[in-house]
Design a protein around this ligand. Structure first.
Ligand SMILES: Nc1ncnc2c1ncn2[C@@H]1O[C@H](COP(=O)(O)OP(=O)(O)OP(=O)(O)O)[C@@H](O)[C@H]1O
Ligand SMILES: [Mg+2]
Length: 306
């Protein structure tokens, strides 16, 4: 479990993290979102003991980060924004070294390194020097060292940054497979990615939390958005909209004799059935009905309009 209580971080006079509080339960995957410079990396450094807070308290699995930083580091797998890799080492030697640092039992190191090489698709480059790897492969090495020793908590700063589409899919699958097993906070700028991996998001702006909620709750509004294409007379179809309770016209575009309507429909389905009946009464013919859901991306952009 991750717990932050009124945490702030100042760099001189500048407040990068401002009075932040949240809890992430065991087994939860939480997406951490915010514009460039919002304070994501700084907060992740605080959680992983690489920075110490100016105020407030952080606990990882009930262990206080300030008092027991070494113990906390053993519980955490951390993928930093720019993984500090030993560029002159080859991949296998680096991971073996990282396993030793993480106190992996001596006799288990070989098996553990094999496991992460395989899970991160690194086996074929295991003898290559890190400095000769492409950006995406370096990122995979960073992920591999984070999951060494199977830590209960993962802090991943933009884990899919720089990866190719095939690898992005595999890394997402790997992270998703930890759901209910590990406690994960991961940052990303790819918003549809969060919808695939996490059920909850925390959004931060200028160091302050502006949203902490379940994605399902954020994208469910009081009314559904529906796009309908209807063949028929524009004025009569608008009448049908007006005469249906629970339906609101948001936008209407006419091309030839086809009308594209964007409607706001109150939750209960009977409103829409009533609308179909009314369209039928004015001799309209429905060509297409499409439900539109608002996305996390729209919500994010709305919150960052100014
Ligand atoms: N060591 C430091 N000294 C002074 N200012 C810092 C330091 N580290 C971070 N900052 C500032 O704190 C703010 C938050 O930076 P941070 O790296 O946490 O943002 P971020 O949300 O991770 O952004 P990005 O999406 O670009 O990675 C920025 O204004 C940054 O310049
Ligand atoms: Mg960052």
């Amino acid at each position: 479990m991750i717990s932050c209580d009124k945490v702030s971080k100042y760099f001189g006079d500048f407040c990068a993290v401002n009075n932040v509080s949240f809890e992430i339960n065991r087994g939860e995957i939480v997406g951490f979102l915010g514009q460039n410079g919002a304070g994501k990396t700084t907060l992740m450094r605080l959680l992983t003991t690489y920075l110490s807070p100016s105020a407030g308290a952080i606990k990882i699995n009930s262990i206080d980060v300030k008092n027991s930083s070494l113990l906390v580091r053993q519980k955490i797998g951390y993928l930093p924004e720019n993984p500090p890799l030993y560029e002159n080492m080859n991949v296998q030697d680096y991971l073996t070294y990282a396993a030793q640092l993480k106190n992996v039992e001596h006799k288990k190191i070989k098996v553990e390194v094999e496991r992460v090489l395989s899970e991160c698709n690194l086996s074929k480059v295991k003898d290559q020097t890190i400095q000769t790897l492409s950006k995406g492969y370096k990122q995979r090495v960073g992920i591999a060292q984070a999951i060494l020793n199977d830590p209960p908590v993962l802090i991943l700063d933009e884990p899919t940054s720089g990866l190719d589409p095939v690898q992005i899919k595999q890394v997402r699958k790997l992270i998703k497979s930890f759901e209910h097993k590990k406690t994960i906070l991961l940052s990303t700028h790819i918003l549809p990615e969060i919808e695939q991996m996490a059920k909850r998001v925390i959004m931060i702006r200028a160091g302050k939390i502006i949203v902490d909620n379940y994605i399902e709750k954020l994208i469910t509004t009081e009314e559904d958005r529906v796009l309908v294409c209807i063949k028929g007379m524009e004025s009569r179809i608008h009448e049908a909209v007006e005469h249906t309770e629970g339906i609101r016209l948001i936008n209407s575009i006419a091309t030839d004799d086809v009308l594209s309507l964007e409607l706001g429909v109150k939750k209960e389905l009977e409103h829409f059935n009533g609308f179909i009946e009314n369209v039928f009464k004015v001799h309209g013919r429905i060509l297409e009905i499409k439900e539109q859901r608002s996305t996390l991306e729209e919500i994010f952009l709305n919150l960052h309009k100014n």
